[in-house]
Design a protein around this ligand. Structure first.
Ligand code: CU
Length: 493
């Protein structure tokens, strides 16, 4: 089906959000269905614009969206098949769409720090790239929010990407994408982040001392602002207000779960059921392990198979009672079962990445190790905590690359966290392999975001195999906006 250009124009003129939403609802993303003559048509079209999200009948928020919906349309790419994407920015401010977890050139990756051009306000940009690698990725805005809670990942600019491999074994009966996301953010003092969910590893005395030194240097300044939320959702619906996940006894359901939060770590449990984790950040794990709870850092993804072998009606929800009661959950309903969805708090469970590693695995020595110490400077940036990596806060003015890397070399990044916060560390344009978690050697866990616990250490390796400027940052929006970024630049040997 093709909409003539004038009809599309008319719809746009008729009024932003509603028209865009109805278009998107009928024809998610397929450019040839909504725009332009075939010769000029893109494979996908993304419209960035403001619109309403009905989280529940009495909770409708206005935010910035992709194609008028939250989450943004699920995009299925084919691995290795060049793809053209048109990005229209219908807002008043420049935007960036970042292709999280893909290994594509810097100018289309969607980070200004790497040299990707902005999509101008009320303008458009056509990009083209070869999607890779196969697996569960996502797309989201990459602009600085700073003190503006209507920008960056506080908005509704996020959606799942699935890059289809050339062949895929079908070992499941249903495939379901779940996007966990909070709305209605506000600043607060002090957070409520769960701190004891990571294993192995315990806070290191030496790092606690470093942290105390930074506190002293701040001369008693209390810690800076944090962000809290009023409304919580899965796939843009508060618990109980959307359609349930409908299953049959005996089915194997593959869940692809994305934590699209700007700042929070999320958890998920389904009473009476276990999750068999098959991929982390879209990358198949070395060992598929069954766990009762998923802990998912900001921007992490977990793919897990649930065997539906416990008929009933349940809440698939976050362990935090408060967040679940404010919407962070979705109902799972077995065929023929009715009644109030059941919830039961699981026993305490620590998330251990090494559960999914190669048995007794260890990585070879890298060509070079780069040690990075993370320090928090309390409220040092207009009331916000300022973050330094080896003493330097990233400057958006100079965008100076901090680390030079050479193609084909294997680098080990060794992070030492001298703060009490958990950091979801993210490397663009490359995957990395965990080398050491909480002092324990490991191999075979390949990711693009990893949580580093308070006052702990983590090490991961990456191979410099995708030339171009490459951004590293904490995915917690408040941290990345206030110093917690570093640029890697390729140099000739
Ligand atoms: Cu952080």
């Amino acid at each position: 089906m093709t909409y003539p250009l004038d009809r599309r124009r008319l719809l746009e003129l008729l009024g932003g959000a509603a028209a865009t939403a109805s278009l998107a609802g009928r024809n998610p993303l397929f450019a040839e269905q909504v725009a332009a003559p075939p010769a000029a048509s893109a494979d996908y079209t993304i419209h960035i614009g403001t619109g309403p999200v009905e989280l529940a009948p009495d909770h409708i928020v206005s935010t910035t969206l992709y194609n008028g919906q939250f989450p943004g349309p699920l995009i299925r790419f084919k691995e290795g098949k060049r793809t053209v994407v048109d990005i229209y920015n219908d807002t008043d401010v420049p935007e960036l769409v970042h292709w999280h977890g893909q290994m594509i050139p810097s100018d289309v990756d969607g980070a200004a720090e790497e040299g990707s051009p902005f999509v101008p306000a009320h303008g458009m940009r056509r990009i083209s790239f070869v999607p890779r690698p196969a697996g569960f990725r996502f797309y989201h805005t990459h602009v600085v929010a700073g003190a503006d809670l209507n920008r960056g990942t506080y908005t509704g600019q996020a959606g799942s990407v699935y890059i289809e491999p050339k062949s895929e074994p079908g070992v499941y009966d249903q495939e379901i994408f779940l996007v966990m996301k909070e709305f209605a953010p506000a600043f607060s003092r002090g957070g409520d982040m769960a701190m004891d969910m990571l294993a192995p590893g315990a806070p290191l005395k030496e790092l606690e001392k470093e942290g105390a030194k930074a506190d002293e240097a701040a001369k008693g300044t209390p810690k800076g602002y944090e962000v809290g939320y009023e409304l919580f959702s899965i796939n843009g619906k508060m618990l109980g207000s959307g359609e349930p996940i409908r299953v049959r006894e005996g089915e194997r359901v593959l869940l692809h779960v994305l934590n699209a939060s700007a700042t929070e770590i999320r958890s998920l449990a389904l009473p009476g059921h276990a999750f068999r984790v098959v991929a982390l950040d879209g990358n198949p794990v070395s060992t598929q392990a069954e766990v009762p709870v998923l802990w998912i850092g900001t921007a992490e993804r977990v793919s897990a198979i649930v065997e539906m072998n416990h008929p009933g009606v349940f809440v698939l929800g976050d362990l935090s009672d408060e967040d679940r009661q404010h919407g962070m959950g979705i109902v799972v309903e077995y065929s023929g079962r009715k009644g109030k969805p059941q919830w039961a708090k699981p026993k305490p469970f620590r998330w251990d990445y090494t559960r999914f590693s190669k048995p007794n695995g260890a990585l070879p020595s890298p060509d070079e190790t780069i040690a990075i110490e993370i320090v928090k400077h309390n409220a040092a940036a207009s009331g916000f905590n300022l973050w330094t990596l080896n003493g330097e806060a990233f400057s958006m003015e100079t965008m100076k690359p901090l680390y030079k890397i050479e193609q084909a070399r294997r680098y080990r990044l060794k992070f030492r966290n001298a703060s009490d916060d958990i950091h979801p560390l993210h490397l663009h344009r490359h995957s990395f392999e965990l080398a050491r978690v909480g002092g324990q050697a490991t191999a075979g866990v390949i990711k693009d975001v990893v949580m580093l616990g308070g006052f702990q250490e983590i090490e991961f390796d990456f191979v410099a195999d995708n030339p171009g400027r490459t951004l590293f940052h904490c995915h917690q929006q408040l941290h990345m906006d206030f110093g917690f970024m570093a640029l890697f630049d390729y140099v000739q040997a």
